[in-house]
Design a binder for this molecule. Structure first.
Ligand code: E4P
Length: 226
């Protein structure tokens, strides 16, 4: 499963790129609002350091304006994917973008049927929002399971991107459900790295090493301390 970072914060993206686990980035208007500045400038910076797709979301609600926004994003870098909301107008825009060779990520998907429609219209990524479904007491992961099943059974040329991830368990379950991609907030990626026993183990090994080296230094008078 590919791991995307769900952020517009360039420092978070640089950090995860250095870890060697960054496959792509998703942004949205809310994430952009947290950092401010020029959205186009931020997208260009993100595209330079991200090895894979970078999703840039249109805010227009009508097809013609979505097309104008999306075409302008697509010109910024070759790895831009235009993020389009699920709606009647959105489906038409996805279809038109596909005809022009512009890749799209259909966002705000909450049912497998919405995902099926977006796939048929030509979206290369389908983004079901699992956390927001969990928030209203529905099983977000069930949509991932259903949509992955549909995509594979009918050999659809698209990928399921698990979005609205809230915690590391979502990531494990998405991977087990066969999701092709998951997009994660930086905090969730950090939580995946750490475990109390790992962190405690690292400290214990370092402390024991230091103690052993002190004993060696005292016995040999070598002054070796590390
Ligand atoms: C990513 O593409 C989505 O916009 C994002 O995961 C939504 O997450 P949220 O539900 O935490 O806002």
């Amino acid at each position: 499963m590919k791991l995307f970072l769900d952020t517009a914060d360039i420092e978070e993206i640089r950090t995860v790129a250095r870890w060697g686990v960054l496959d792509g980035v998703t942004t949205n208007p809310t994430l952009y609002a947290k950092v401010g500045g020029s959205y186009e400038g931020i997208l260009q910076d993100i595209c330079r350091i991200t090895p894979g797709p970078v999703s840039a979301e249109v805010v227009a609600e009508h097809v013609d304006e979505m097309l104008v926004e999306g075409r302008s994003f697509a010109k910024l870098a070759p790895n831009i994917v235009v993020k389009v909301p699920m709606s009647e107008e959105g489906l038409e825009a996805i279809y038109r973008f596909a005809e022009e060779g512009i890749k799209t990520n259909c966002t705000l998907i909450f049912t497998a049927n919405q995902g099926l429609l977006a796939a048929k219209a030509g979206a290369s990524l389908l983004s079901p929002f699992i956390g927001r479904l969990d928030d209203i007491n529905q099983d977000g992961m069930e949509v991932i399971r259903e949509l992955v099943g549909i995509v594979e059974m009918h050999d659809l040329d698209t990928e399921v991107l698990t979005a609205s991830v809230r915690h590391p368990r979502h990531v494990t379950e998405a991977a087990l459900a066969g999701s092709h991609v998951a997009t994660l907030p930086f905090k969730v990626l950090q939580q995946m790295v750490h475990h109390p026993l790992t962190d405690k183990g690292i400290k214990t090994f370092r402390d024991d090493w230091d103690k052993a080296r002190q004993v060696v230094a005292q016995t040999t008078g070598s002054g070796v301390t590390n």
